[in-house]
Design a protein around this ligand. Structure first.
Ligand code: R5P
Length: 300
C-alpha cells in the first residue's frame, strides 16, 4: 500500500516538512474562486488511481490569514476530503493543525450555537478514518467525532525553543483559567520547579472587551505568557502590561496558533513584549517552532 500526503493550500510549509520527515510523496491542490465567491479545489493529479487502495493523509489548517478567511479554508478542507474519499483510499487521515471555530465551544448568551461541535460533526460526516489537531481550544469537542480523534500537545516543542533563550528566573503566566493546564505542561517541559501564575481575565460576552487583574510580584523574573491562540492580541497585550506593572524583566508572548490578525503583532510589541513566538500551525513571521516532528510521529 502506498502512502501520500495531500498538502492543502493553507499548510504548505508544515506539509512539506512532514512529507520530508516521513519520506513520502506529496499531492498539491489547485484552487480558485468563482466570480460569485464560491471556492473551487481539485487535487493536482492526472491519474485518480494513485489514491485508490492507498493510505492517504490530508493536511490543511483553518486559521484566517491575509490570504483567506477561515470559512474558505474549511470549504477547501471539505473539498479535499470529499475528492480523496471519492477515489476510495484504504485509509483517510485528516490533520487540521488549527481548528477554526474551536473557541465557540460553549453557550454564553441565549440564542447561540455550540458551533465547534457542528464543525467536528461536519468533518466526521465526510467519512474519514482518523483525525488529528493540535492544542485545540476545548479538547472535549473531539468527543463528537465517531472515529479516533486526537489533540496533540506541542508544549515540549515550544519549551525546547524557549529553553535556549537562557531566561532568568523564568515564570510562566496563564492569562486565563482555561490556560492553566497548558501553562503547567509548558512549565514542566521548560525545567524543574518553574512556577506558573494565573492572571484573572474576564471578557464581556457582548463587546468582547477584556479586563484582566493580577497582584503578584514579578520583579527579577523573566516571564513567558503562554496561550493557545493569539488572535487580535488583546489578551496578550493586557497580560504584558500587567506583567510590566508587576515588575517583570523580559517578556515572551507565546501562542501555539499565532493568527496575528490585523495589528496584533504591533499591539503585543508595543505593550512591551520582547518576542512573539508561534508555531507553523499558522504560517506567519513568528512561526518559529515547527510542529512537523510532533505530527509526523503520529503518522508514521
Ligand atoms: C481565549 O479563551 C483564548 O484562549 C485566547 O486567550 C484568545 O482566543 C486570544 O484572543 P485575542 O488575541 O483576540 O485576545
Amino acid at each position: 500500500m502506498g502512502k501520500y500526503l495531500i498538502i492543502g493550500p493553507s499548510s504548505q510549509l508544515l506539509g512539506m516538512r512532514i512529507a520530508k520527515l516521513l519520506n513520502i510523496e506529496t499531492i498539491t491542490t489547485e484552487t480558485k474562486k468563482f466570480p460569485d465567491g464560491e471556492n473551487y479545489l481539485r487535487l493536482n493529479i492526472d491519474d485518480e488511481s494513485i489514491i485508490e487502495g492507498n493510505d492517504i493523509i490530508i493536511i490543511q489548517t483553518t486559521g484566517a490569514s491575509t490570504k483567506e478567511n477561515q470559512n474558505a479554508r474549511i470549504m477547501e478542507l471539505f473539498m479535499m476530503i470529499s475528492a480523496a474519499k471519492r477515489m476510495n483510499p484504504q485509509n483517510l487521515t485528516v490533520v487540521v493543525p488549527y481548528l477554526a471555530y474551536g473557541r465557540q465551544d460553549k453557550i454564553f448568551r441565549p440564542g447561540e450555537t455550540r458551533f465547534a461541535s457542528v464543525i467536528v460533526k461536519m468533518i466526521d460526516s465526510l467519512g474519514i478514518d482518523k483525525f488529528y489537531t493540535v492544542d485545540v481550544h476545548a479538547p472535549d469537542i473531539l468527543n463528537d467525532f465517531s472515529i479516533p480523534a486526537k489533540n496533540l500537545d506541542p508544549m515540549s516543542e515550544i519549551a525546547n525553543y524557549v529553553k535556549v533563550l537562557n531566561l532568568n528566573n523564568a515564570i510562566v503566566i496563564a492569562p486565563d483559567k482555561g490556560g492553566v493546564a497548558r501553562s503547567e505542561q509548558f512549565a514542566a517541559h521548560l525545567g524543574e520547579n518553574i512556577p506558573v501564575k494565573l492572571f484573572s481575565k474576564e471578557r464581556d460576552v457582548r463587546t468582547g472587551e477584556i479586563e484582566m487583574y493580577a497582584d503578584i510580584d514579578l520583579s527579577g523574573h523573566d516571564v513567558i505568557i503562554s496561550d493557545d491562540i493569539i488572535a487580535t492580541g488583546g489578551t496578550m497585550a493586557n497580560a504584558i502590561k500587567i506583567s510590566k506593572k508587576c515588575g517583570a524583566n523580559k517578556i515572551l508572548a507565546v501562542g501555539t496558533h499565532a493568527l496575528l490578525l490585523e495589528n496584533a503583532a504591533y499591539r503585543i510589541l508595543n505593550a512591551g513584549a520582547d518576542e512573539i513566538i508561534g508555531t507553523d500551525s499558522i504560517d506567519t513571521p513568528v512561526s518559529k517552532v515547527s510542529l512537523a516532528k510532533l505530527i509526523a510521529k503520529q503518522l508514521e
